[in-house]
Structures are given as C-alpha cells and as structure tokens.
Ligand binder design. Structure first.
Ligand code: DP6
Length: 360
C-alpha cells in the first residue's frame, strides 16, 4: 500500500445522516517512537501493547449539508461540554486528511468524546482520541464504498489516525502493534500500524500494566516539540538505528518468551527515550523525583523477589509497571504497600493488554 491507495474513490452512493460510536484504547510503547519527518512519518519502527481500560469513546453525528458549501464544519463536545479550545487540533487533523477523505467537507459533524481516565492524568489522550475519530470516519467511508476488503478499512483507519498523532496509528488493533517499516516484521509500514504478525509466547498474553500517576499536571514540553528536537540531535542517527535493532530483538523475545531479556530491553528503551530529552538542545526533564523513587523500588523488589516486574515510561513522569498476569496479586500488594506513596493522591490505574478499537 502507498499513500495514493488511501485516496477516497468517489461513488454515486450518498448517505444523508449517520451516527457512529467507537471506543478506542491508549497504548504503551515498548520500543519507542521519538523523532519523525513530514508528514508524520517515523524515523524508526516502534511497537506497543494496546491497552484495555484506558480508552476514549467518541460519537460522530454526520449530517449532509443542504448547501454544497465545501468547508470543514464541526462542533466538539468533551465530557458533555462544548470545548472550543480543543477544536484547533481537530481542525488541523481534518485539514490534513481532507485529501484522503474529501467527503468530510460535505457534512456537518458533531463530535462527542470522553475518556475513561481523568483528562489531566498525564495519560496521553491523543492516541486514543485520534484513533476514535479515525474509526468514525472509516465507518462512514464503509457505507459510502462498502465493497473494499476489511483489511483496507483497518489500514486506512490507522493511516488516518497516524496523521493526527503518530502513536494513534497503534491504537486501532491489539494486543501488539508495530508502526514503521522494519525488515523483520512482515507487512510493516511507515504509513500505518500492523498487528505483530507472529505467534506470541503465552507469558506475554494478557500482560498487565499498572499506571502509577506520579504527576497529573500539564507537561512542560509537548511530544511534538520533543520529536522536533530530534532534528540536529547529536545522538539521533544512533538512536534510530538502536530502536530498529531493539525491535528486531524484541520480536524474537516475544516469540520465545524470554522474559528477562524483555525486562532488560523495555527498561533500556524507556531510559533511552528520556536520555534523548536530557541530551537535546534545549534539554528538558519530564521525570520527577518520584519517578526515580519508583524505578529504584522496582529494581529493589525484583532483586529481592525474583519477580518479572519491569517499568516503562512515556513522554511524562508517570510510570507504567509491566508484569505477567500470573504475578498480579504479588505486584498489587507491592504497589499498595511500597509505591502508592509516590503517586499523586495515591492514584494508579490497573490496565492490561487489549484488542483495539470496538464499535459501540
Ligand atoms: C514517547 O504520538 O504523542 O509516547 O506524533 O507528535 O502526536 P505526535 O507524537 P506522539 O508521540 C509519542 C511518543 C512516545 C513514544 C511512543 O508512543 O512510541
């Protein structure tokens, strides 16, 4: 598939009115995407676990315009309230995808969206949010051009989501999604995410992610600014190479079930991501003192108990604690007795791997 394949082919079919609701999850990267080129193409391949409980639910009502005015028009409601301050980001997204979905300018759209996690929790809502909008658009497209293969719609949904936010391309399917062309991952592409195509060892099935909410405040540096700082970054080329090598290694680890190697690779990826932030110019730090407290406690616990717990980080201070399902009780006890005190208002979210977008 290439970009031109995603341009909508006009049909004679019209849809006057339609409403779709989709629930789409957040995801947590194991090999990180950090650095991109226009239009939202990754500098290296990445892979993530799709989450289950952290998700966005979005309804879009499409009503065909009576006049033939060709401009993008929509209203946006977040958690029941009109949110004009969120509109520019969505407007930019619609403009970006207009050449692939020209039909959106023929409708008045009303968007209702809500997250299962608190808005200011530091959990990025752009991945789940953009994926949900993309799924609603694809539902309309499916009615307009119903006879295309199912794979096409899934790929186009991920392709559109990617143009909204890179990591959103990995929120359409699950439980493991690769985004970015990689010689070892069959079918992988820079244009959209694909399900990890090989059989995964049972130890990684239903993997758990307890998200420790260390800092719920607004990030000082957005991901978009962070990505841009990878231009002219002294370690960028080496980092992109390393990420691709790590994905190659992780592909084997996931198939063979070597959990100690998984721990080593995933934690190294998280710290490398933050090392890129520490060494960019301007430099910045998104970890907080409690992020480091938690990491040290995890290392201590692992050394003492031989647990398979490990951590990863996204572009923020929160810590994602990853572990096999078989260890859930033990890790829950550990979190409750040792880690909760480092979380804002003792708040953490229990999540696990999920299957991706669901129609409601
Ligand atoms: C650190 O997808 O949020 O979470 O493409 O600019 O929207 P944009 O960035 P975004 O970046 C995610 C960065 C990350 C790593 C990852 O999810 O792979």
């Amino acid at each position: 598939m290439n970009t031109a394949d995603f341009i909508f082919q006009k049909t004679t079919k019209t849809v006057e009115k339609a409403t779709y609701t989709w629930q789409t999850p957040s995801n947590i990267a194991l090999v990180k995407y950090w650095g991109k080129s226009e239009p939202q193409l990754p500098k290296n391949a990445s892979i993530s676990f799709t989450l289950n409980n952290c998700h966005t639910t979005t309804t879009i009502e499409f009503e065909r315009k009576v006049n033939q005015e060709k401009s993008i028009s929509f209203e946006l409601f977040f958690e029941g309230k009109k949110k004009d301050e969120f509109k520019p980001k969505i407007a930019k997204f619609f403009e970006r995808i207009l050449e692939y979905c020209p039909y959106i300018s023929e409708y008045n759209m009303t968007i209702h969206s809500e997250n299962s996690f608190p808005h200011s929790s530091g959990i990025a809502s752009s991945a789940s949010g953009m994926a949900a909008i993309a799924m609603c658009l694809i539902s309309l497209e499916k009615e307009l051009t119903p006879n295309l293969p199912e794979d096409f719609y899934t790929q186009k949904a991920s392709f559109l989501a990617r143009l909204g936010s890179g990591s959103a391309s990995r929120s359409i399917e699950g439980p493991l999604v690769v985004w970015g062309k990689h010689p070892d991952i069959e079918g992988s592409s820079d244009l959209f995410g694909v399900k990890f195509p090989y059989k995964v060892h049972p130890v990684f099935e239903d993997y758990q992610d307890s998200i420790l909410l260390v800092d719920k405040g607004e990030k000082q540096v957005s991901s978009t600014v962070g990505h841009n700082l990878m231009y002219n970054h002294p370690y960028a080329e080496q980092r992109f190479k390393q990420a691709n090598e790590n994905l190659q290694k992780l592909s084997v680890i996931l198939q063979e079930g070597s959990i100690k190697d998984f721990i080593n690779l995933v934690e190294s990826e998280a710290l490398t991501l933050h090392a890129m932030m520490l060494t960019s110019n301007p430099y910045f730090i998104l970890m907080k003192p409690n992020t480091l407290e938690i990491i040290n406690k995890i290392w201590e616990f692992r050394a003492q108990t031989n647990s398979n717990i490990c951590f990863t980080l996204d572009a923020g201070a929160n810590v994602h604690v990853l572990y096999p399902k078989a260890e859930k009780q033990r890790v829950d006890d550990f979190i409750n007795t040792e880690l909760l005190k480092f979380c804002q208002k003792n708040h953490y979210i229990c999540d696990n791997t999920g299957v991706g977008a669901q129609a409601l």
